[in-house]
Design a protein around this ligand. Structure first.
Ligand SMILES: [Fe+2]
Length: 167
């Protein structure tokens, strides 16, 4: 995949929900690559792309969308559940990243990559089939516009630079 961090994190869509669903497509592709790539170099690259988009996507949801699901959508339990699922996925990402950096066993890596893929796919499914439609149904047009604008501003504030080389 010949993406750069800049187009990977590009905001695409006319509403908050559309933007997030477009992120999901990118995330799904990277998760699929992570379970299929075999050489360390492509795995590392996929992992770096995945960490970058998850950092931005999850922060967007955790700072704006889950609070909106709770406040506008009045779904406290569903909002908490989504935060919890994100935190669980973060643990798997951390473990995979550590394995990659320390040169862990490739079968164990693949097993964990599959666990991450399945967990994130289930989380995306929860969002797209339940939480997002509910939010869209409950939000007044002005609330929807405010949320979309907030998502655009939030996303515009992220800049990624290459990490300095290890010494
Ligand atoms: Fe999401």
């Amino acid at each position: 995949m010949t993406t750069t961090k800049t187009n990977l994190l590009e905001v695409r869509g006319n509403s908050a929900v559309e933007i997030l669903i477009n992120d999901h497509k990118t995330i799904k592709k990277l998760l699929s690559d992570l379970t299929k790539d075999t050489d360390a170099k492509s795995l590392t690259r996929t992992m770096e792309d995945l960490k970058a988009i998850l950092t931005v996507h999850n922060a967007t949801e955790e700072n704006l969308v889950y609070p909106a699901i709770r406040t506008i959508g009045r779904k406290k339990a569903e909002s908490s559940h989504l935060y919890h699922e994100t935190a669980e996925a973060d643990v798997l990402v951390f473990q995979l990243d550590t394995m990659l950096k320390e040169g862990g066993d490739s079968d164990t890596f693949r097993e964990k990559a599959i666990a991450l893929r399945d967990a994130v796919l289930e989380h995306i499914e929860d969002e797209e089939t339940s939480a997002f439609p509910h939010l869209q149904e409950k939000a007044e047009p002005d609330q929807d516009a405010t949320l979309t604008q907030a998502v655009r501003e939030f996303r515009g504030s992220f800049r990624f630079e290459a990490a300095p080389a290890a010494r």
